[in-house]
Design a protein around this ligand. Structure first.
Ligand SMILES: O=C(O)[C@@H](CO)OP(=O)(O)O
Length: 215
């Protein structure tokens, strides 16, 4: 059985300011760095062998802290980037016009191919994050990878493993530096393939942020 841990990056400047990031970037706040150290401390006890990270700055910054604690190298995988949120990236969520909020809601409420203009659909996101996950099956036997990625990207991964549509990710709260775990297994009692063992655990954080757009 392969165990894969999923970690969302620490709180960033724009998470705290309620700005939409997508594939744009902002650095971790002091609180975000502290969260990263706390999740790293937990990861250190889990026997992690590989850290695989989205190549955006905020995930790399988080991954470096976890890698230092686990003594692993970091492999960058752009398929683990956040959903491309097109023309709404860098915008403050409270300043969107009605039309812009409608675009954003398309993602939240879910239509198969809904997207923000110049952005990516949830379906497209789902294909690339699933491909990044499938790559973990090629690691040597006994590997235990930890993936560092983003709220929507990881939510989409967990939702689709559960057999839900990709847009169901907004029904799953994955806070900054939460840990989720999915296992690839062949048990006759469970569906064979990927199984969700836990999602969004923040018991290692002493001060979880009320992060990003979720307040
Ligand atoms: O892009 C964003 O604004 C958020 C949405 O969840 O993603 P991240 O997890 O990278 O903060």
């Amino acid at each position: 059985m392969l165990q894969v841990y999923l970690v969302r990056h620490g709180e960033t400047q724009w998470n705290a300011e309620r700005r939409i990031q997508g594939q744009s970037d902002s650095p971790l706040t002091a609180k975000g760095e502290q969260q990263a150290w706390q999740v790293a401390e937990r990861a250190r006890t889990l026997g992690i062998t590989h850290i695989i990270s989205s190549d955006l700055g905020r995930t790399q910054q988080t991954a470096r802290i976890i890698a230092e604690a686990c003594g692993c190298d970091i492999i960058l995988d752009p398929r683990l980037r956040e959903l491309d949120m097109g023309v709404l990236e860098k915008r403050h969520v409270d300043t969107l016009t009605e039309q812009e909020e409608g675009w954003r809601r398309t993602l939240v409420n879910g239509t198969e191919d809904g997207r923000i203009p110049e952005g990516e659909s949830m379906q497209e996101l789902s294909v690339r994050v699933q491909a990044a996950l499938a790559n973990c099956l090629k690691l040597p036997a006994g590997s235990r990878p930890l993936l560092v990625s983003h709220g929507i990207a990881l939510g989409c991964l967990v939702s689709t493993i559960l057999g839900l549509p990709a847009y169901a990710e907004r029904r799953l709260r994955l806070r900054n530096c939460s840990i989720s775990r999915i296992d690839y297994q062949e048990s006759p009692w469970l569906a064979s393939g990927w199984v969700v063992e836990m999602a969004g655990d923040i018991s290692h954080l002493d001060a979880p942020a009320l992060d990003e757009l979720q307040r």
